[in-house]
Design a protein around this ligand. Sequence first.
Ligand SMILES: Cc1ncc(COP(=O)(O)O)c(C=O)c1O
Length: 390
Amino acid sequence: MFSHPDIRNMQIQTKLPKVGTTIFSVMSQSALEHKAVNLGQGFPDFEPPEALRDAVARAMAEGRNQYAPGIGLPTLREQIALKTERLYGHKVSADSEVTVTSGGTEALFSAIAAVVRAGEEVIVFDPAYDSYEPAIELQGSRAVHIPLQAPTFAVDWQRVRDAITPKTRMILINSPHNPTGAVLSSADLEELAAIVRDTEIVVLSDEVYEHIVYDGAQHESVLRHPELAARSIVVSSFGKTYHCTGWKVGYAVAPKALSAEFRKVHQYLTFCTFHPAQVAFAEFLASSPEHYLELPAFYQAKRDYFRSLIKPSRFKLLDVPGGYFQLVDYSAISNKDDVSFCEWMVKEGGVAAIPLTPFYEQAPGTHLLRLCFAKSDATMEAAAERLCKL
Ligand SMILES: Cc1ncc(COP(=O)(O)O)c(C=O)c1O
Protein backbone atom coordinates (compact mmCIF):
# COMPACT_ATOMS: atom_id res chain seq x y z
CA MET A 1 0.00 0.00 0.00
CA PHE A 2 1.25 3.55 -0.84
CA SER A 3 2.18 5.38 2.31
CA HIS A 4 2.13 9.16 2.47
CA PRO A 5 5.26 10.86 3.81
CA ASP A 6 4.69 12.10 7.32
CA ILE A 7 4.73 15.92 7.22
CA ARG A 8 6.17 15.89 10.73
CA ASN A 9 9.36 14.27 9.45
CA MET A 10 9.61 16.37 6.35
CA GLN A 11 12.66 18.60 6.05
CA ILE A 12 11.46 22.09 5.18
CA GLN A 13 14.14 23.74 3.11
CA THR A 14 14.12 27.36 4.21
CA LYS A 15 14.00 30.05 1.54
CA LEU A 16 15.44 32.58 4.00
CA PRO A 17 18.32 30.87 5.81
CA LYS A 18 19.72 34.15 7.19
CA VAL A 19 16.43 35.27 8.73
CA GLY A 20 15.55 34.81 12.38
CA THR A 21 13.27 36.89 14.61
CA THR A 22 14.03 40.56 13.92
CA ILE A 23 16.23 42.36 16.42
CA PHE A 24 13.34 44.81 17.01
CA SER A 25 11.05 42.07 18.36
CA VAL A 26 13.91 40.48 20.31
CA MET A 27 14.80 43.74 22.06
CA SER A 28 11.16 44.72 22.73
CA GLN A 29 10.56 41.32 24.34
CA SER A 30 13.74 41.66 26.37
CA ALA A 31 12.70 45.16 27.47
CA LEU A 32 9.42 43.73 28.79
CA GLU A 33 11.15 40.87 30.61
CA HIS A 34 13.66 43.15 32.31
CA LYS A 35 11.28 46.07 32.86
CA ALA A 36 13.66 48.23 30.87
CA VAL A 37 12.81 51.57 29.28
CA ASN A 38 12.32 50.70 25.61
CA LEU A 39 14.24 53.01 23.29
CA GLY A 40 14.82 50.07 20.94
CA GLN A 41 12.01 49.53 18.48
CA GLY A 42 11.10 52.69 16.56
CA PHE A 43 7.61 53.61 17.62
CA PRO A 44 6.17 56.64 19.43
CA ASP A 45 4.91 56.09 22.97
CA PHE A 46 2.42 58.93 22.55
CA GLU A 47 -0.92 58.92 20.75
CA PRO A 48 -1.90 59.90 17.21
CA PRO A 49 -3.88 63.19 16.96
CA GLU A 50 -7.28 62.91 18.63
CA ALA A 51 -9.14 64.18 15.55
CA LEU A 52 -7.54 61.41 13.50
CA ARG A 53 -8.48 58.72 16.01
CA ASP A 54 -12.03 60.11 16.14
CA ALA A 55 -12.22 60.02 12.35
CA VAL A 56 -11.27 56.31 12.30
CA ALA A 57 -13.91 55.55 14.95
CA ARG A 58 -16.51 57.56 13.01
CA ALA A 59 -15.67 55.74 9.77
CA MET A 60 -16.23 52.43 11.54
CA ALA A 61 -19.51 53.62 13.08
CA GLU A 62 -20.64 54.79 9.65
CA GLY A 63 -20.07 51.33 8.19
CA ARG A 64 -16.86 51.83 6.23
CA ASN A 65 -15.81 48.35 7.24
CA GLN A 66 -15.67 46.34 4.03
CA TYR A 67 -12.98 46.11 1.37
CA ALA A 68 -11.71 49.44 0.19
CA PRO A 69 -10.83 49.89 -3.50
CA GLY A 70 -7.64 47.85 -4.04
CA ILE A 71 -5.44 50.79 -5.03
CA GLY A 72 -6.76 52.96 -2.19
CA LEU A 73 -9.74 55.30 -1.61
CA PRO A 74 -9.92 57.90 -4.40
CA THR A 75 -10.27 60.71 -1.84
CA LEU A 76 -7.09 59.61 -0.09
CA ARG A 77 -5.12 59.19 -3.31
CA GLU A 78 -6.21 62.69 -4.33
CA GLN A 79 -4.97 64.13 -1.05
CA ILE A 80 -1.65 62.31 -1.46
CA ALA A 81 -1.30 63.67 -5.01
CA LEU A 82 -2.04 67.22 -3.78
CA LYS A 83 0.49 66.92 -0.97
CA THR A 84 3.13 65.51 -3.33
CA GLU A 85 2.70 68.43 -5.68
CA ARG A 86 2.62 71.01 -2.88
CA LEU A 87 5.73 69.68 -1.15
CA TYR A 88 7.89 68.40 -3.96
CA GLY A 89 6.56 70.28 -6.99
CA HIS A 90 5.83 66.97 -8.68
CA LYS A 91 2.44 66.51 -10.29
CA VAL A 92 1.17 62.94 -10.09
CA SER A 93 -2.04 61.29 -11.22
CA ALA A 94 -4.07 60.08 -8.26
CA ASP A 95 -5.61 57.48 -10.57
CA SER A 96 -2.55 55.92 -12.08
CA GLU A 97 0.49 56.90 -9.99
CA VAL A 98 -0.51 56.67 -6.31
CA THR A 99 -1.22 53.36 -4.55
CA VAL A 100 -2.22 53.03 -0.89
CA THR A 101 -0.51 50.09 0.83
CA SER A 102 -0.53 48.28 4.15
CA GLY A 103 2.43 50.21 5.52
CA GLY A 104 5.76 51.10 4.00
CA THR A 105 6.86 47.49 4.43
CA GLU A 106 4.23 46.21 2.02
CA ALA A 107 5.10 48.94 -0.47
CA LEU A 108 8.79 47.99 -0.34
CA PHE A 109 7.99 44.33 -0.85
CA SER A 110 5.54 44.97 -3.69
CA ALA A 111 8.04 47.26 -5.42
CA ILE A 112 10.87 44.74 -5.23
CA ALA A 113 8.67 41.81 -6.27
CA ALA A 114 7.22 43.78 -9.19
CA VAL A 115 10.56 44.89 -10.64
CA VAL A 116 13.36 42.50 -9.71
CA ARG A 117 13.78 39.10 -11.38
CA ALA A 118 15.68 35.99 -10.38
CA GLY A 119 19.41 36.38 -10.97
CA GLU A 120 19.32 40.19 -10.87
CA GLU A 121 21.00 42.45 -8.30
CA VAL A 122 19.77 45.20 -6.02
CA ILE A 123 22.21 47.69 -4.52
CA VAL A 124 21.49 48.46 -0.85
CA PHE A 125 23.44 50.59 1.60
CA ASP A 126 24.57 49.21 4.94
CA PRO A 127 23.42 49.70 7.61
CA ALA A 128 20.18 48.73 5.81
CA TYR A 129 16.64 48.48 7.15
CA ASP A 130 16.07 44.81 7.77
CA SER A 131 13.08 44.15 5.49
CA TYR A 132 15.02 44.89 2.30
CA GLU A 133 17.20 41.83 1.92
CA PRO A 134 14.57 39.12 2.59
CA ALA A 135 12.28 40.76 0.01
CA ILE A 136 15.15 40.73 -2.49
CA GLU A 137 16.13 37.13 -1.74
CA LEU A 138 12.57 35.85 -2.13
CA GLN A 139 12.74 36.96 -5.78
CA GLY A 140 15.83 34.77 -6.30
CA SER A 141 17.84 37.95 -6.67
CA ARG A 142 20.83 39.20 -4.70
CA ALA A 143 21.42 42.23 -2.50
CA VAL A 144 24.76 43.93 -3.20
CA HIS A 145 25.76 45.74 -0.01
CA ILE A 146 27.68 49.00 -0.02
CA PRO A 147 28.66 50.35 3.39
CA LEU A 148 27.89 53.99 4.19
CA GLN A 149 30.87 56.02 5.41
CA ALA A 150 30.82 56.53 9.23
CA PRO A 151 30.56 58.90 11.07
CA THR A 152 28.40 60.91 8.62
CA PHE A 153 27.14 57.81 6.80
CA ALA A 154 27.46 59.50 3.44
CA VAL A 155 27.20 57.47 0.23
CA ASP A 156 30.47 56.82 -1.60
CA TRP A 157 29.13 57.20 -5.15
CA GLN A 158 32.31 55.84 -6.70
CA ARG A 159 31.66 52.57 -4.89
CA VAL A 160 28.15 52.58 -6.32
CA ARG A 161 29.54 53.13 -9.84
CA ASP A 162 31.95 50.26 -9.30
CA ALA A 163 29.17 47.96 -8.06
CA ILE A 164 26.97 48.35 -11.16
CA THR A 165 26.87 45.25 -13.37
CA PRO A 166 24.61 44.24 -16.27
CA LYS A 167 22.54 42.45 -13.62
CA THR A 168 21.84 45.57 -11.53
CA ARG A 169 18.09 46.10 -11.67
CA MET A 170 17.46 48.40 -8.71
CA ILE A 171 19.16 50.81 -6.31
CA LEU A 172 17.42 51.11 -2.95
CA ILE A 173 17.99 54.37 -1.11
CA ASN A 174 16.61 55.52 2.24
CA SER A 175 16.56 59.15 3.33
CA PRO A 176 16.22 60.22 6.11
CA HIS A 177 18.03 57.05 6.96
CA ASN A 178 17.22 54.43 9.55
CA PRO A 179 19.27 53.76 11.69
CA THR A 180 21.83 56.55 11.13
CA GLY A 181 19.66 59.65 10.58
CA ALA A 182 21.75 60.60 7.53
CA VAL A 183 19.96 62.55 4.80
CA LEU A 184 20.74 62.66 1.09
CA SER A 185 21.49 66.06 -0.44
CA SER A 186 20.48 67.35 -3.86
CA ALA A 187 24.10 66.72 -4.90
CA ASP A 188 23.65 63.06 -3.92
CA LEU A 189 20.56 62.87 -6.12
CA GLU A 190 22.56 64.36 -9.02
CA GLU A 191 25.19 61.64 -8.54
CA LEU A 192 22.51 58.98 -8.49
CA ALA A 193 20.84 60.39 -11.60
CA ALA A 194 24.14 60.37 -13.48
CA ILE A 195 24.75 56.74 -12.50
CA VAL A 196 21.37 55.41 -13.61
CA ARG A 197 21.12 57.57 -16.75
CA ASP A 198 21.20 55.37 -19.87
CA THR A 199 20.49 52.23 -17.81
CA GLU A 200 17.30 50.36 -17.00
CA ILE A 201 17.91 50.61 -13.27
CA VAL A 202 14.85 51.46 -11.17
CA VAL A 203 15.30 53.52 -7.99
CA LEU A 204 13.35 52.44 -4.93
CA SER A 205 13.34 55.38 -2.52
CA ASP A 206 12.32 54.63 1.04
CA GLU A 207 11.18 58.01 2.36
CA VAL A 208 9.11 56.94 5.35
CA TYR A 209 10.79 59.65 7.49
CA GLU A 210 10.21 62.35 4.86
CA HIS A 211 8.76 64.83 7.39
CA ILE A 212 11.45 64.34 9.99
CA VAL A 213 14.41 66.51 8.92
CA TYR A 214 16.11 69.06 11.13
CA ASP A 215 17.84 72.40 11.37
CA GLY A 216 15.86 73.98 8.55
CA ALA A 217 16.97 71.42 5.95
CA GLN A 218 14.54 70.40 3.24
CA HIS A 219 13.81 66.76 2.52
CA GLU A 220 15.37 65.91 -0.83
CA SER A 221 12.73 63.57 -2.17
CA VAL A 222 13.57 61.93 -5.48
CA LEU A 223 10.21 63.40 -6.50
CA ARG A 224 11.90 66.82 -6.60
CA HIS A 225 14.19 65.49 -9.30
CA PRO A 226 12.18 64.96 -12.52
CA GLU A 227 14.74 62.67 -14.12
CA LEU A 228 14.85 60.39 -11.07
CA ALA A 229 11.10 60.61 -10.45
CA ALA A 230 10.58 59.16 -13.94
CA ARG A 231 12.25 55.88 -12.89
CA SER A 232 11.52 55.73 -9.15
CA ILE A 233 9.08 54.15 -6.78
CA VAL A 234 8.81 56.33 -3.67
CA VAL A 235 7.57 54.77 -0.44
CA SER A 236 5.95 56.72 2.42
CA SER A 237 4.35 55.70 5.72
CA PHE A 238 1.47 57.35 7.57
CA GLY A 239 2.59 55.33 10.60
CA LYS A 240 5.70 57.48 10.97
CA THR A 241 4.05 60.80 10.16
CA TYR A 242 0.90 60.42 12.30
CA HIS A 243 2.30 58.44 15.28
CA CYS A 244 0.27 55.33 14.42
CA THR A 245 2.77 52.65 13.41
CA GLY A 246 0.26 49.96 14.43
CA TRP A 247 -2.26 50.93 11.76
CA LYS A 248 0.15 50.00 8.95
CA VAL A 249 -0.94 52.42 6.27
CA GLY A 250 1.49 53.76 3.70
CA TYR A 251 1.67 54.44 0.00
CA ALA A 252 3.81 54.32 -3.09
CA VAL A 253 4.17 56.97 -5.77
CA ALA A 254 5.57 55.87 -9.13
CA PRO A 255 5.13 56.70 -12.82
CA LYS A 256 2.19 55.03 -14.54
CA ALA A 257 4.01 52.05 -16.07
CA LEU A 258 5.84 51.22 -12.82
CA SER A 259 2.67 51.75 -10.77
CA ALA A 260 0.82 49.32 -13.05
CA GLU A 261 3.38 46.59 -12.29
CA PHE A 262 3.49 47.53 -8.62
CA ARG A 263 -0.30 47.20 -8.42
CA LYS A 264 -0.23 43.69 -9.87
CA VAL A 265 1.78 42.49 -6.86
CA HIS A 266 -0.09 44.66 -4.34
CA GLN A 267 -3.40 43.23 -5.62
CA TYR A 268 -2.45 39.70 -4.62
CA LEU A 269 -0.34 40.49 -1.61
CA THR A 270 -2.91 42.41 0.42
CA PHE A 271 -5.50 43.54 -2.16
CA CYS A 272 -6.46 46.54 -0.04
CA THR A 273 -5.60 48.43 3.12
CA PHE A 274 -7.55 49.01 6.36
CA HIS A 275 -10.58 50.96 5.15
CA PRO A 276 -11.55 53.10 8.19
CA ALA A 277 -8.03 54.53 8.46
CA GLN A 278 -8.07 55.50 4.78
CA VAL A 279 -11.29 57.47 5.31
CA ALA A 280 -9.69 59.19 8.30
CA PHE A 281 -6.40 60.03 6.56
CA ALA A 282 -8.27 61.50 3.58
CA GLU A 283 -10.15 63.83 5.95
CA PHE A 284 -7.17 64.67 8.12
CA LEU A 285 -4.75 65.41 5.28
CA ALA A 286 -7.28 67.92 3.94
CA SER A 287 -8.16 69.50 7.29
CA SER A 288 -4.81 69.50 9.08
CA PRO A 289 -1.80 69.89 6.78
CA GLU A 290 -0.09 71.66 9.69
CA HIS A 291 0.42 68.25 11.27
CA TYR A 292 3.11 67.21 8.79
CA LEU A 293 4.32 70.78 8.25
CA GLU A 294 5.04 71.09 11.97
CA LEU A 295 6.54 67.62 12.36
CA PRO A 296 10.17 68.71 11.88
CA ALA A 297 9.85 71.20 14.77
CA PHE A 298 7.99 68.65 16.91
CA TYR A 299 10.73 66.05 16.56
CA GLN A 300 13.56 68.57 16.66
CA ALA A 301 12.41 69.58 20.14
CA LYS A 302 12.49 65.90 21.16
CA ARG A 303 15.90 65.36 19.57
CA ASP A 304 17.37 68.38 21.33
CA TYR A 305 15.81 67.52 24.69
CA PHE A 306 17.03 63.93 24.52
CA ARG A 307 20.53 65.02 23.55
CA SER A 308 20.65 67.48 26.44
CA LEU A 309 19.54 64.74 28.86
CA ILE A 310 22.24 62.25 27.85
CA LYS A 311 25.01 64.76 27.25
CA PRO A 312 26.44 64.22 30.77
CA SER A 313 26.65 60.43 30.13
CA ARG A 314 29.72 58.57 28.88
CA PHE A 315 28.03 57.95 25.52
CA LYS A 316 29.34 59.97 22.59
CA LEU A 317 26.49 61.45 20.56
CA LEU A 318 26.60 61.39 16.76
CA ASP A 319 24.88 64.11 14.74
CA VAL A 320 21.21 63.54 13.85
CA PRO A 321 20.21 65.36 10.65
CA GLY A 322 16.93 63.43 10.27
CA GLY A 323 14.73 60.58 11.50
CA TYR A 324 13.91 59.84 15.12
CA PHE A 325 16.96 57.88 16.18
CA GLN A 326 20.07 58.94 18.07
CA LEU A 327 23.24 56.95 17.38
CA VAL A 328 25.64 56.83 20.32
CA ASP A 329 29.16 55.44 20.65
CA TYR A 330 29.64 53.47 23.87
CA SER A 331 33.43 52.92 23.55
CA ALA A 332 34.08 54.83 26.77
CA ILE A 333 31.87 52.36 28.68
CA SER A 334 32.69 48.96 27.21
CA ASN A 335 34.54 47.18 24.45
CA LYS A 336 31.91 44.45 24.08
CA ASP A 337 30.51 43.99 20.58
CA ASP A 338 27.29 45.93 19.98
CA VAL A 339 24.87 42.97 20.25
CA SER A 340 26.42 41.85 23.56
CA PHE A 341 26.46 45.42 24.84
CA CYS A 342 22.73 45.87 24.08
CA GLU A 343 21.95 42.55 25.77
CA TRP A 344 23.93 43.65 28.80
CA MET A 345 22.39 47.12 28.82
CA VAL A 346 18.78 45.91 28.73
CA LYS A 347 19.46 43.58 31.70
CA GLU A 348 21.88 45.59 33.79
CA GLY A 349 21.31 49.13 32.65
CA GLY A 350 17.53 49.00 32.28
CA VAL A 351 17.39 50.55 28.79
CA ALA A 352 16.68 48.72 25.54
CA ALA A 353 18.53 49.90 22.42
CA ILE A 354 19.20 48.45 18.98
CA PRO A 355 22.71 47.36 17.93
CA LEU A 356 23.84 48.21 14.39
CA THR A 357 25.36 44.85 13.42
CA PRO A 358 22.01 43.29 12.34
CA PHE A 359 21.74 46.08 9.72
CA TYR A 360 25.00 44.99 8.06
CA GLU A 361 26.05 42.16 5.79
CA GLN A 362 29.46 42.24 7.47
CA ALA A 363 29.67 43.29 11.12
CA PRO A 364 31.10 46.82 11.07
CA GLY A 365 33.04 46.32 14.30
CA THR A 366 31.85 49.72 15.53
CA HIS A 367 30.66 50.48 19.05
CA LEU A 368 27.45 52.18 18.04
CA LEU A 369 23.89 51.66 19.10
CA ARG A 370 20.58 53.25 18.17
CA LEU A 371 18.23 54.94 20.64
CA CYS A 372 14.72 56.00 19.61
CA PHE A 373 13.63 59.45 20.83
CA ALA A 374 10.05 59.30 19.51
CA LYS A 375 9.09 59.18 23.17
CA SER A 376 7.34 61.26 25.80
CA ASP A 377 9.50 63.50 27.98
CA ALA A 378 8.90 61.16 30.94
CA THR A 379 10.20 58.14 28.98
CA MET A 380 13.25 60.04 27.76
CA GLU A 381 13.97 61.30 31.27
CA ALA A 382 13.67 57.80 32.80
CA ALA A 383 15.99 56.37 30.14
CA ALA A 384 18.50 59.19 30.44
CA GLU A 385 18.72 58.82 34.21
CA ARG A 386 19.74 55.19 33.70
CA LEU A 387 22.04 55.89 30.75
CA CYS A 388 23.91 58.53 32.74
CA LYS A 389 24.75 55.93 35.39
CA LEU A 390 26.56 53.62 32.94
C1 LIG B 1 13.49 52.77 6.92
C2 LIG B 1 12.14 52.18 7.11
N1 LIG B 1 11.46 51.76 6.05
C3 LIG B 1 10.23 51.22 6.17
C4 LIG B 1 9.64 51.04 7.40
C5 LIG B 1 8.30 50.39 7.49
O1 LIG B 1 7.25 51.27 7.57
P1 LIG B 1 5.80 50.76 8.02
O2 LIG B 1 5.80 50.65 9.50
O3 LIG B 1 4.87 51.79 7.47
O4 LIG B 1 5.60 49.42 7.37
C6 LIG B 1 10.33 51.45 8.54
C7 LIG B 1 9.73 51.24 9.88
O5 LIG B 1 10.41 51.25 10.87
C8 LIG B 1 11.60 52.03 8.40
O6 LIG B 1 12.30 52.45 9.46
